[in-house]
Design a protein around this ligand. Sequence first.
Ligand code: SF4
Ligand code: SF4
Length: 177
Amino acid sequence: MKSTDVIEIAEPRMTLGDQFFLPQVLVGLGTTMKHMLRVWTGTDRVIQYPEERREDIPVVEGGMHRRSYRGVHRLNRDEEGRVKCVACFMCATACPAHCIHIEADESPWEDREKYPAKFDIDELRCIYCGMCEEACPVDAIELTSLYDIVGLTRQEMVFDKSKLLRVYDETQEVEPI
Ligand code: SF4
Ligand code: SF4
């Protein structure tokens, strides 16, 4: 790397006003008031969740994954209703958060060698980067637009194979493969 490619960024210094903090507190309050006024006048849209849900998630035209939002995972099924996954471990290898755990077994079907006997994703560890769906060679794993998942325990947020297939069953009509 050439020295001219290096950009040096100086640490910002606090001004006298910053050191007194009060002006910055007032600036912060001003921002809060500004947003409060925008809500009152209807300029800012507020969704009364959970009574209202956001349905206008942006759509990406032409891509395999039509929505730009990356939410809860699903494991897709093939035409015969079987899990599409062939237990190749590509998604688990690509996952930067190490939150996919797969146990492969000999496939009971003739058209593939392996299938996932166990397939867990820790939805709390996941950073929803989408690397797993990019890595999958058979489009078996996808992130859906579901964003409201609730669990009372950490264990509930580890989605196993049956739960991931259930997400597919619940979303495939609105988000086909
Ligand atoms: S979205 Fe990213 S972090 Fe989450 S399981 Fe996939 S690869 Fe891992
Ligand atoms: S990359 Fe796809 S086929 Fe391979 S283990 Fe992951 S979900 Fe299964």
